[in-house]
Design a protein around this ligand. Sequence first.
Ligand SMILES: [Zn+2]
Length: 427
Amino acid sequence: MRKLLLFILLVVLGVALFYKSPFSALYNYNKGKDLYTAGSYEQSIPYFERALFAKPNDNLMRYTYVLALSKSKPVYSVQKKLYEIATGQPQDEAAKTARLKALNLKYKLVADFKNNYINNAIYGNDILRWDIRSFPLKLYIENPDDVPAYYVTNINKAFDKWASRTNFVKFTQVNDAKSADIIISFKDIPSSSCTGKICNYTVAYTEPEISGKNILKKMHLTFYKTNPRNDRFSEYEVYNTALHEIGHTLGIMGHSEFPMDIMYAQKETSSTYMPSLTSQDLNARDINTLILLYRIEPTISNTPNLSSETFYYAPLIIGEDDERIQKKIQEYSDYISRYPNISSGYINLASAYADSGDFDKALSTLNKGSMYVQSNDERFLIEYNKAAIYFNQQKYSLALEAANNAKSIKDDNAVNELIDEINQMQQ
Ligand SMILES: [Zn+2]
């Protein structure tokens, strides 16, 4: 028995040594090269990977591997490998070639949807979207009698518009909130929306409900019943706003920079009352953005760890994190210069600074934003974000103070989880 064990150990060791040996590298490389020359690119890849496992920095092997990847069917894993070589170390000829090939691949993958604003559609650093297999999404309209019938008619019309303009988005109405994916509700506008003659308000807003493990539970779409002057919103206001907010409920979490797009930011917040006189439509950019979003692998979805070789690899399509964060900082700074009295602009800018690692700037931006809060939701977000930033800075007592402030405004799972984490760190 002892002899057998020793024998097995020796075999295992021998195999391990073989895989790490230059002989194995050459053997696997030659096998890969033969397959590559014969045009069997996909089959050559595992051999090149074994060769590189033994000799990770061999220039020629890396280079041939990149060529094999770029000639393979561009499935998810191929996109990811190419992108990782392109952006990783060492930055040799193979990496430079990978960079070029990755760029080509990106343009090939998005060729049919070239006009889009996918870079602005993401949720911080996350891709949030539903699993296509769970369509039709279940809609529940809470207390529809609280608003005139045309509110509900126009909201339903907007859902139908998204469904008819895409060939995959589908909705169905359900009678209980519990089983619903999207909950639509109506609420009174906060009285603090006006200062003198200036009123800052939105017609509606959308909030995702996400559980701890990046699971999208529901989308909450809330309409105000009236504007701050107690006038009902017009049919077009309800319809146009619904089109915009439904884009959010589908996962387009950011905003477009172009006024012709339905996800253009200005539509959400207007400082003067301006009823829209025409009904809007979805344009090609809106549809392309949604189609692309539903091809990219999500990081937050209603199905845990949703993945498939048919998905697109997000960094390849969207670009590097840093680039994106800088763009967001620019976008939110522009927003604040246009609407300096709206706290959500500061809250968004602060998250972008936090993403970039500039916590001090994030905190001072949140403090500025706290001067313009109008609702408890905004007050909660400011305190919660402060707590998260202090936590990252390892300033645990300040973090706990802010988290408790947040909890006193809204006692939800996210803040309780954060408080638990802070307490664990303080022990
Ligand atoms: Zn919006």
